[in-house]
Design a protein around this ligand. Structure first.
Ligand SMILES: Cc1cc2nc3c(=O)[nH]c(=O)nc-3n(C[C@H](O)[C@H](O)[C@H](O)COP(=O)(O)OP(=O)(O)OC[C@H]3O[C@@H](n4cnc5c(N)ncnc54)[C@H](O)[C@@H]3O)c2cc1C
Length: 393
């Protein structure tokens, strides 16, 4: 993609391509379209671009490298360092939108998509708006809606119960006994943040032991390994992963975190990317984060764990993931979403019954999502161009 934006030729394209969502996925797609002279309008429900990154917890950094996380047409500045801080990701996204002179409408939520049967689309949006589009790119985010399990007794729990999406920093938990539920990247990092930030006790409820990998080893980032092995057979990568883990990551079985029974890449295929170690290994070994069994429910102030034990933390942070929540937008369209509510077609491919409808950012690849969204943006832009040509002819 050329570095300098070129103004789109709007004379031949009366209806714009609408991109739903002003996160990295949507901005990248809009920039790639614009670079090809296709008019793209980003519709963002919040007041600004990068809404997800504005809300994430303070300590967060990209665990993919600066270079491998840049979006099309604009590198991230060197001064951001190798592991880019959350606030710098926000700065980058703001700058990205400016640099590419993207057309962005904020404060508008698209609620439903409707096909015109001819490759074009109608978008129903808040405030009674009805927009017509030559094509649509859905970039509303893999981590759209926080998922808080409906644990029995949950609503009567008198302690503080929140989803990780509402966790910012450890200050409010100083001196408290906190249980973090879920050991994905978010749960692992919040547990360490709490332990370092003055919580009196931190326990981490684990249902399935995760694969834990070093963020980088002798300067080699785990993400690069992810990129290299991505297309290899799953069983081979599982075997390689087990060998590497034995050398690179200590066995934490004695602390309640056994090595997982299922291979690393098999877990990725099930949707669980490995946990990048940003302090969990040391915290567990030092007893500052204590792994415990999975949460089964609540009884008054007690949290019931899968091994039969009961604990009484002051606060529970549920790092239990997110839903795509695409049903409202696309659930009424035949053949677009699968049984899990995820898009059947992704990137440059469109669902057979829904030409002109594209999805980006709905996979969770081992090679890094920023990188994949950047690559998909280019592919989507090419596919949209073809779609517009077909629709015109
Ligand atoms: C804690 C955390 C850390 C991560 N770290 C990394 C990392 O290090 N490297 C990496 O590659 N990936 C990382 N990811 C994964 C992924 O890259 C990010 O989640 C990224 O923000 C996804 O970009 P996106 O544009 O698809 O979605 P989002 O950034 O979530 O953007 C979606 C946008 O769409 C808007 N929106 C949603 N619905 C509508 C609607 N109906 N109408 C209008 N607007 C709407 C939202 O307000 C939001 O602004 C991380 C994810 C999380 C949760």
């Amino acid at each position: 993609m050329p570095g300098v934006p070129t103004p789109p030729d709007m004379t031949t394209q009366p209806r714009p391509v609408y991109v739903i969502g002003g996160g990295p996925g949507g901005l990248a797609a809009a920039a790639a379209l614009r670079a090809r002279g296709v008019r793209a309008v980003v519709v963002e429900k919040s007041d600004d671009v990068g809404a997800s990154w504005r809300r994430h917890y303070d300590r967060l950094r990209l665990h993919t490298t600066r270079r491998l996380s840049a979006l099309p047409g604009l590198p991230m500045p060197r001064r951001f360092g190798r592991w880019v801080a959350r606030a710098d990701v926000v700065r980058y996204l703001e700058r990205y939108a400016e640099f590419h002179e993207l057309e962005i409408v904020t404060g508008v939520e698209v609620t439903r998509l409707e096909s015109d049967g001819n490759g074009g689309w109608t978008l129903h949006a808040t405030g009674g708006r009805v927009l017509t589009a030559a094509a649509v790119v859905v970039a509303t985010g893999y981590n759209h809606t926080p998922e808080l399990p409906d644990w029995p007794g949950r609503d009567a729990y008198p302690g503080r119960l929140l989803h990780a999406a509402d966790y910012r920093d450890p200050a409010p938990y100083a001196g408290l006994d906190v249980l973090v539920v879920g050991v994905g990247n978010t749960g692992a990092e919040i547990a360490v943040d709490l332990a370092e930030g003055g919580a009196a006790r931190v326990r981490l409820a684990v249902r399935t032991a995760p694969h834990i990998v070093r963020r980088s080893t002798a300067g080699w980032p785990a993400q690069r390994t992810g990129i290299l092995v991505r297309r290899l057979p799953v069983r081979l990568v599982d075997r390689l992963g087990a060998l590497v883990a034995k050398v690179a990551a200590p066995d934490l079985s004695a602390y309640g975190l056994p090595r997982p029974a299922t291979g690393l890449y098999s877990r990725v295929r099930e949707g669980a990317i490995p946990v990048q170690d940003v302090g969990l290994i040391d915290a567990v070994r030092a007893g500052r984060v204590e792994p415990v069994a999975a949460v089964e429910g609540f009884e008054g102030p007690e949290v019931l764990l899968a091994d039969g034990s009961r604990i009484t933390p002051d606060a529970v942070v549920a790092a239990t993931g997110y839903r795509r929540a695409l049903e409202g937008l696309a659930g009424g369209l035949e053949g677009v979403l699968d049984e899990r509510g995820e898009p059947r077609a992704h990137g440059a491919r469109t669902p057979a019954q829904a030409p002109g409808l594209y999805f980006t950012g709905f996979t969770n690849p081992i090679s890094g999502m920023f990188r994949e969204m950047a690559r998909d943006a280019e592919k989507i832009a090419r596919a949209v161009q073809r779609h517009l040509r077909t629709a015109r002819s």
